[in-house]
Design a protein around this ligand. Sequence first.
Ligand SMILES: [Zn+2]
Length: 383
Amino acid sequence: MKKKRILILSIVITTIIIICVVFTLNHSNSKYLSIKLNGKEKIELEYGEDYKDQGAKASYKKENLTKKIKIKTNINLKKIGEYYYKYTIKYKNITKSIKRTVIIKDTTKPEIKLNGDERINIYLDNDYNELGASATDNYDGDLTDKIKVEGSVDNKKQGEYIIKYSVADSSNNENTISRTVNVIKKEEKKVEQKSSKSTTSKGFKIEQINGIYYINGILIANKSYSLPSNYNPGGLLSEFQTNFDKMQSDAASEGINLKIISGFRSYNTQKNIYNNYVARDGQELADRYSARAGHSEHQSGLAADINSLDQSWEYTNEGKWLNQNCYKYGFIIRYVKGKESITGYMFEPWHIRYVGNDLANKLYNNGNWITLEEYFGIDSVYN
Ligand SMILES: [Zn+2]
């Protein structure tokens, strides 16, 4: 009985000794195992910047254990935030770890751009149309909806008004731009009495019926001759529509696709269009391509824009076909190339006007277009 006790006791003691020896050995071995970071412990990155982790190195006495390092990370370069890299080395039952912190931040301001000009002139009593701005951010993307607009324009009072546009991204980086709106007085100009003139410089008879000017029976709407604000046929006139339909189907049979992109426009529609262009480009430039209300042929119901509002459209098959064939259906290219000083408008290969076959044929002039202004001997200038 006593012998058995001694045996158990000696087993217990031996076990304790073994544990102690192993522990001590391990503990003393632990100091030989080393793991160190390459590079800094804390790294800050700008969102969008590339990142290549430099890793860590490990050794035991003179043995290089770098290849045995296990790396764990939660990094996501597509999201701002704080991330870690954990490097662990296990060797001879010893485990050691170190960590690195990587912070991804956004300190880049959103970009903000004005729609329309930085300086806009409007006449007293004319409405200021807020054209707004657009914003994008390297991190948040489109922030246009978040733009705050401050300031207002008093169109009853001459002066300079500043409109401020500001926007902040989700990291609170802010950007601000501004626009200057000048409310100015319209110059008074003497109005020429047109009704007193009864013939043109080429001897054509000018008639005014219900406020509409006709020369030799042809309705005239240009910068010199305006339509009454209450003149509203409500759509394209039947002579336009019928002949256009015929031209369109003949063109289609030759593989040419013609479509009206803007036909009739009322006095008020034209007023809005023109005002928007003035706000965008200023009056001087807008007057070269857009008519003031009452001066647009689109209000007559006898004109339309075909396919494209790009001058290079003249070189497409459609543009060439229209230029060479529209006269056969009673249409003319109204604003001819190189005749801006005569018609008052830049070249518009897309704008056709119905004048009937006889006159269209004369104006076509074997491809060397004559304008209505040249043919009748009239001006196209604002009073
Ligand atoms: Zn047009």
